[in-house]
Design a protein around this ligand. Structure first.
Ligand code: IPE
Ligand code: IPE
Ligand code: MG
Ligand code: MG
Length: 320
């Protein structure tokens, strides 16, 4: 498992500078919070997708950099909001913005980042890229709301689960790939191919994230949080649909009434493992990865394509 950072090292270095510039504020409090957010950067996997998609389809240019910044700005905004929605106190190994500054500030910081992203594109007439990414933000909001609705009624349907993760996560990754391709080619068909590739990777990415919730690894954010929030993800959906009635009733009772008890969450994890929920989920994740790779293999072999393949493998094999 290796990240193909070498192939895009100069781009990533310059990106980081431009990204910091893009979220700067003259307002004292915002600037302080932005410093906090920037100093705890994540994997920056989405900008990597932008640059690799661009390099696979042409030559990186200024609008590629803006696309990468826009994607990471939007991602950051949604994480700030997501931790409010999920009542989550840890992000990237530190306190979340929500934990330190609470609801009101988090809502406004997320909005600020969204607006900065919009302006970055509009100031440079990147209309097509902004369209790709606005579509993603719309879908992300729909996905998070659908998830909320389904956590109230306890969703047990795998197709609805897929719809949720496609909306809340794959939409941004697919737009990142499309925007990268568009920035260098202006070619609709090529960008659409990259979008489809990104969508498959994005689904695998979120399935992997959901698997983390069933481990006790240190991933820089809480585990067991999905059960606490009554988010039924694939391991649990599979389990509930494949155990006997009595066990199912018992598990549902815990999710509804004892979902904040650590020992009960541990018990659910145990039952999911026993029922084969983890194995099934890994198998599904790998299927999406293979679909992504087969789209990628439609492009002629190159060093960049190999690097892209490493990045796809990283998505499913990563430890954080
Ligand atoms: C977290 O994304 C949100 C999901 C879509 C699961 P990342 O795992 O890419 O978060 P960072 O940016 O590396 O922290
Ligand atoms: C992804 O879902 C969140 C967004 C798409 C904003 P999660 O809620 O599972 O992400 P984490 O686990 O908090 O990073
Ligand atoms: Mg969350
Ligand atoms: Mg998660």
């Amino acid at each position: 498992m290796k990240l193909p950072v070498k192939l895009i090292e100069p781009e990533l270095t310059l990106f980081e500078k431009k990204f910091k510039e893009a979220v700067k504020s003259n307002a004292f409090m915002l600037d302080r919070i932005m410093q906090y957010v920037i100093n705890r950067k994540g994997k920056q996997i989405r900008p990597m997708f932008v640059f690799l998609a661009a390099k696979l389809c042409g030559e990186v240019n200024e609008s590629t950099y803006r696309a990468a910044s826009l994607v990471e700005v939007l991602h950051t905004a949604t994480l700030v909001h997501d931790d409010v929605v999920d009542d989550s106190l840890e992000r990237r190994g530190f306190f979340s913005v929500y934990a330190l500054w609470k609801n009101k500030v988090s809502v406004l910081v997320g909005d600020y980042l969204l607006a900065k992203g919009l302006l970055l594109s509009l100031d440079n007439n990147d209309f097509e890229i902004l369209k790709y990414l606005s579509e993603a933000v719309r879908k992300m909001s729909e996905g998070e709301l659908l998830q909320m609705e389904k956590s109230r009624s306890l969703n047990l349907d795998e197709n609805i689960y897929l719809e949720i993760i496609q909306s809340k996560t794959a939409s941004l990754l697919s737009s990142a790939c499309a925007a990268g391709a568009w920035s260098v080619s202006g070619d609709k068909e090529l960008s659409e191919r990259m979008r489809q590739f990104g969508e498959k990777v994005g689904i695998a990415f979120q399935i992997k994230d959901d698997l983390f919730d069933y481990t006790s690894q240190d991933i820089g954010k809480p585990t067991g949080n999905d059960i606490k929030e009554k988010k039924l993800t694939l391991p649990l959906i599979y389990t509930l649909n494949n155990v006997d009635k009595k066990k199912r009733r018992e598990l549902i009772y815990i999710i509804k009434n004892e979902n904040t008890r650590k020992d009960k969450i541990a018990y659910i994890v145990e039952e999911v493992v026993k029922a084969g929920g983890i194995d099934y989920t890994i198998e599904r994740m790998n299927r999406y990865k293979q679909e992504a790779l087969s789209i990628l293999h439609g492009f002629p072999p190159s060093e960049i394509r190999d690097g892209f393949e490493d990045l796809v493998n990283f998505v499913t094999d990563r430890k954080y």
